[in-house]
Design a protein around this ligand. Structure first.
Ligand SMILES: Nc1ncnc2c1ncn2[C@@H]1O[C@H](COP(=O)(O)OP(=O)(O)OP(=O)(O)O)[C@@H](O)[C@H]1O
Ligand SMILES: [Mg+2]
Length: 242
């Protein structure tokens, strides 16, 4: 598998608070890499650095063979990095369709006709086509998550960063999000998926990275990660001898 993203020795501190010490991992083309870790582990900060919102103190981000660490958010979007936000953001008074259309127009240089076609394709993919004309502000959580994923797809990303898109949903709703992620993966898009729900990561990812204490503690297949004592140590605060 070719590598689409390679993160090396990434670190960031806020004041004296070293949130990321040294993070190292790769994502393969077409791969879904899950990221788990306790609250405050720096998972969102990591996505913010990859998407260009935050600047790392040290490290490298190689995307498709190029170090993109110095590039602006818009340049990274144009190169193929798309993301969702942990707290869904939408233009509340605009319709679902208008929200997606606005993202497409912002994310790609296409004609109005093409933008409209693209927006409809995305609505279908995230299964919001039957709510196209509803104001985004009236959507319930699952549909806001769908809209958030749709907006991230508007720039036609090669690498999609998902930040807790299944958080707060019922298990039936989580299954619907899993389906959407699988459809996106089937299109060849590489994905980094932060999630707290272990079951979701087990079903929806090819490998999982566990982050804690500013470091990547283990990155392996979901089965191997779950078997590892490191997971227990991180979440239970216990080691093998306890
Ligand atoms: N812009 C910022 N300035 C200062 N501190 C920040 C900033 N962004 C994040 N932090 C701090 O970095 C730490 C990690 O935050 P982050 O949001 O990445 O955690 P997380 O792993 O995503 O947690 P959760 O699972 O709760 O979403 C927290 O202590 C947070 O307060
Ligand atoms: Mg977070």
């Amino acid at each position: 598998m070719n590598t689409i993203l390679s993160v090396k020795d990434l670190g960031i501190a806020f004041g004296g608070n070293k949130v990321l010490d040294s993070i190292n991992f790769t994502v393969g083309e077409g791969e879904v890499l899950g990221i788990m870790g306790p609250n405050g582990a720096g998972k969102t900060v990591l996505l913010n650095i990859i998407s260009g919102i935050l600047k790392a103190d040290h490290g490298e981000i190689i995307f498709q063979g190029e170090n993109i660490l110095k590039e602006k958010i818009t340049e990274r979007t144009a190169k193929g990095i798309g993301r969702t936000f942990q707290v869904p953001r939408a233009f509340e008074h605009m319709s679902v369709y208008e929200n997606i259309l606005a993202s497409v127009v912002y994310g790609q240089r296409v004609s109005e006709k093409e933008a409209r076609k693209k927006a409809l394709e995305i609505l279908e993919l995230v299964k919001l086509d039957d709510r196209a004309n509803e104001p985004a502000g009236k959507l319930r959580l699952i549909n806001r998550k769908r809209l958030e994923i749709g907006a991230a797809l508007a720039s036609d990303p090669k690498l999609l960063l998902l930040d807790e898109v299944a958080g707060g949903l019922t298990s039936a709703e989580v299954a619907e999000i899993l389906d959407i992620v699988k459809t996106i993966k089937a299109k060849g898009v590489s994905i980094i998926w932060i999630e707290h729900i272990i079951k979701t990561l087990m079903e929806g990812t090819d490998r999982i990275m566990l982050m804690a204490g500013g470091k990547d503690l283990i990155t392996d297949t979901p089965q191997e990660v779950m078997k590892s004592s490191i997971v227990n140590e991180v979440y239970m605060g216990a080691d093998e001898d306890d």
